[in-house]
Design a protein around this ligand. Structure first.
Ligand SMILES: NC(=O)c1ccc[n+]([C@@H]2O[C@H](COP(=O)([O-])OP(=O)(O)OC[C@H]3O[C@@H](n4cnc5c(N)ncnc54)[C@H](OP(=O)(O)O)[C@@H]3O)[C@@H](O)[C@H]2O)c1
Length: 256
């Protein structure tokens, strides 16, 4: 049994709140409540995870994890009136000072893409912690370490760049999948055919740097194929992406 059990309340009922609740349920920490504004969603989380929920009375806790949309973090942070509490948001792109209240301000940022419908291996998710002092930092590090094997202290300056890197490595890559599927769908080609290719692309960069792993007509400087592809593309956004990506690849390899 652990000596430092922290009473935790999560605020929010979206993707991150749900997964943090699920992850914390598997630890020895005491998750006392999920607080939010969406009654139906809270009830379904409560039924699935067996955690008390509320839309009107925030429970007493040692640690409040605010996991609402970035634009609402500041407003929601004003709900907490306990000066002894630790209040942490989960955003990669907000400073801890966005939290407005007389309490210990912190950040508890999990670097992963979260969707409720997708199970995750929580032990593999890097957590980045920031706090106002070493004691709070130690408490948050301990809580995160019960979830994950990768916990680090990172100030806002570092977190901003972690989040920016994640936008390139995840959000943009996912958007390219969405555009790729648009193209295959337009020709009634199953997107399933591309799964082994996508999996190998990700697998390869575990052993070869992304720069060294680059293939395709742009890095081969195959102008005939580049022009032929442009002829095929009718959608202006797809064309703009095609051009900007080829341009970026050719600049990286000094080909233009
Ligand atoms: N998604 C990710 O992959 C990811 C990864 C790392 C960190 N984060 C960070 O984690 C935080 C939550 O992201 P998310 O993806 O979980 O968001 P989300 O799925 O869009 O959920 C947002 C939640 O915020 C609630 N909310 C918004 N405004 C509110 C307000 N004024 N009062 C009370 N509740 C409010 C929403 O309630 P309703 O349902 O009623 O609208 C919903 O429960 C953000 O700071 C985000 O930057 C996200």
């Amino acid at each position: 049994m652990k000596s430092n059990i922290v009473k935790i309340a999560i605020i929010g009922s979206g993707n991150v709140a749900y997964h943090l609740a699920k992850a914390l349920k598997q630890t020895e920490q005491n998750l006392v409540q999920i607080f939010g504004r969406n009654q139906d969603v809270l009830i379904s989380i409560s039924k699935e995870l067996d955690i008390p929920v509320s839309t009107n009375k925030l429970a007493d806790a040692d640690l409040y994890i605010i996991s609402v949309s970035d634009s609402s973090v500041e407003e929601v942070s004003k709900l907490i009136k306990n000066p002894n509490a630790i209040v942490a948001h989960t955003s990669g792109s907000l400073p801890k000072e966005i939290l407005k209240g007389d309490y210990n301000k912190a950040s508890f940022y999990p670097l992963q893409t979260f969707s409720k419908s997708k199970n995750l291996d929580y032990a593999e998710i890097p957590f980045f912690i920031e706090a106002e002092d070493k004691d709070v930092e130690a408490i948050l590090t301990e809580v995160a370490s019960e979830i994950s094997r990768h916990v680090e202290v990172a100030d806002f300056e570092k977190r901003k760049y972690i989040h920016l890197t994640a936008v390139f490595a995840c959000n943009f890559v996912n958007h390219l999948f969405a555009r790729a599927k648009e193209i295959s769908d337009s020709q009634q080609i199953s997107f399933d055919y591309f799964m082994p290719l996508i999996e190998e692309t990700f697998d390869k960069i575990k052993s070869v740097t992304p720069k060294d792993a680059q293939t395709g007509p742009a890095v081969r400087n195959d102008k005939r194929i580049l022009e032929a592809h442009k002829e095929l593309i009718k959608n202006p956004e797809q064309l703009a992406i095609y051009e900007v990506m080829n341009d970026s690849i050719q600049k990286m390899y000094n080909l233009d």
